[in-house]
Ligand binder design. Structure first.
Ligand code: 4AD
Ligand code: MG
Length: 455
């Protein structure tokens, strides 16, 4: 029994060879002399066309096979140069292993993303979603491959934790019983789902120098945007002794490497998305691998945005000033309209960034970096970490971060801590960027947003 992907790999040398495989019916069309079944077993992006006549074993059942039924096919490979498909299978036997009902919801026609979200358990069978999830899987592998080759240790940080790593008050509380005391319900202690593994990763970077996490994170922001989910995956590398500049270099090197890998391994999928979803997608991706990203400071970004407002650009938030937490509209303007490429923005005001970021000498900004990309806005957020114990404690107190639960983290600064820098890459946003999908709900199999808990 062959996977169809193996037939695709070697059909050129298998002219006339007999193969047997099991697959799902995507369409089944009867002609006067010959009939055609288009099949896929899920191991290949491209479908296989099976040609059958009335003299084959199982013809009557084969004719009846409805969309989504499962069939076993025995047939010969015939190369068909010049036709849309490079080969077809001329069947000698088709067994209908399981007949699907007529009301199968995914009939061969265009379906809206909204409709497909309601059948999230089936939508990976569509061409678009199957391309997206395949690219997602390949990206995940490429990320592990990159960090492994760079000598990073892959670490797993806890999902249930007692701290709020971002200090933003967006944690989901963990409870054990229905009749619960939400304040202290993890066996008598207060626990929440992690919003970021960074603090734990920072500690591990002091042991291994270079570490990264890759896991689910949770944020209880009641956000209805197309790029926020309550559950999303984040990659968080952390490197001891690294500066902000080292961090920026690492981000660019990583993105170029993983995007190049996907371009090589998922070309069929990308081409499909380029034809059907985002014209020029492949060119965009090639651009990421071949041209340099740009860098500007937050203050420079503010000046650009002020000028844009003067020139009549219609931002919803027009009151541009130092201290503004940039919105998606501002981020996209900078990387999409002005720079037309991925853009690092550095040195944000300390009051709009997390407590752990290294404070700059100007006393106003921190050594933060966000990477903004066209179509998305913020893809990555990172920083050099505050390495001075006293400054860090003072900052926590200023912005009322409870230091009692963070003692272990603060103490790292007393046990030999020179510098450390890292970043968080939002995995779903990366998949959106690389596939051209514009809604985060369509790049994760079962999205968790305020309105999505069906599955
Ligand atoms: O900018 P954030 O909040 O940074 C951190 O969590 C740091 N601890 C990272 C670090 O330095 N180790 O989140 C990082 C990235 C964002 O740039 C964004 O891509 C993604 O995570 N992200 C989300 N993705 C989907 N849904 C949400 N609700 C997200 N919140 C953040
Ligand atoms: Mg951020």
């Amino acid at each position: 029994m062959k996977d169809l992907t193996n037939i695709f790999k070697s059909y050129q040398n298998m002219e006339g060879a007999e193969v047997t495989f099991i697959a799902r019916v995507r369409s089944n069309r009867q002609g006067k002399v010959v009939s055609f079944m288009v099949l896929n077993d899920g191991t290949t992006f491209k479908d296989v066309q099976v040609v059958y006549k009335s003299d084959i074993i199982g013809f009557n059942d084969a004719q009846e096979a409805r969309v989504s039924s499962i069939v076993e096919v025995v047939g010969k490979i015939i190369n068909t140069p010049g036709k849309p498909q490079p080969f077809e299978i001329v069947a000698s036997k088709i067994i209908l292993l399981d007949q699907a009902i007529e009301e199968y919801p995914l009939q061969k026609k265009e379906h809206s993303p909204e409709f497909l979200r309601e059948i999230a358990h089936l939508r990976a069978r569509t061409k678009t979603l199957s391309a997206v999830f395949k690219i997602r899987s390949t990206l995940a592998f490429a990320i592990h491959k990159f960090f492994n080759e760079q000598g990073f240790v892959y670490v797993n940080t806890p999902i249930i934790t007692s701290n709020d790593a971002e200090g933003a008050g967006e944690e989901f509380v963990v409870t054990t019983l229905e009749d619960t005391n939400y304040e202290e319900d993890f066996f008598g202690k207060k626990a929440n789902l992690t919003v970021s593994g960074q603090l734990h990763a920072e500690a591990l970077a002091q042991a291994f120098k270079k570490v990264y996490t890759f896991g689910p994170t949770f944020r209880a922001e009641e956000s209805y945007t197309s790029k926020h989910a309550a559950e999303f995956w984040m990659i968080e590398p952390e490197v001891a002794f690294n500066s902000l500049t080292d961090n920026i270099l690492l981000i660019e090197k990583m993105l170029k490497s993983i995007v190049g890998y996907v371009l090589e391994k998922c070309f069929d999928e990308l081409q499909f998305l380029d034809n059907n979803l985002e014209k020029g997608l492949i060119e965009k991706i090639q651009g990421i691998t071949s041209s340099n990203f740009k860098t500007l400071t937050y203050s420079e970004a503010i000046e650009i945005l002020k000028k844009a407002v003067e020139q009549g650009v219609a931002f919803e938030q027009k009151n541009i000033h130092f201290g503004l937490d940039l919105g998606t509209e501002h981020e996209r303007y900078i990387c999409e309209v002005v720079n037309k490429c991925p853009t690092f923005v550095t040195n944000y005001p300390k009051d709009i960034k997390a407590f752990y970021m290294k404070q700059n000498d100007d006393n106003k900004t921190v050594a933060a970096v966000d990477l903004l990309v066209p179509g998305i806005g913020e893809l990555i957020g990172g920083s050099e970490r505050e390495s001075d114990y006293d400054k860090l404690v003072k900052r926590c107190e200023e912005i009322k971060i409870p230091v009692d639960k963070l003692e272990w983290y603060l103490n790292l600064r007393q046990y030999g801590y020179y510098k450390s820098a890292g970043f968080g890459l939002g995995f779903e946003r990366l998949v959106m960027y690389i596939t051209g999908i514009t809604n985060i709900r369509d790049v994760i199999s079962y999205p968790r947003t305020p309105k999505n808990l069906l599955f």
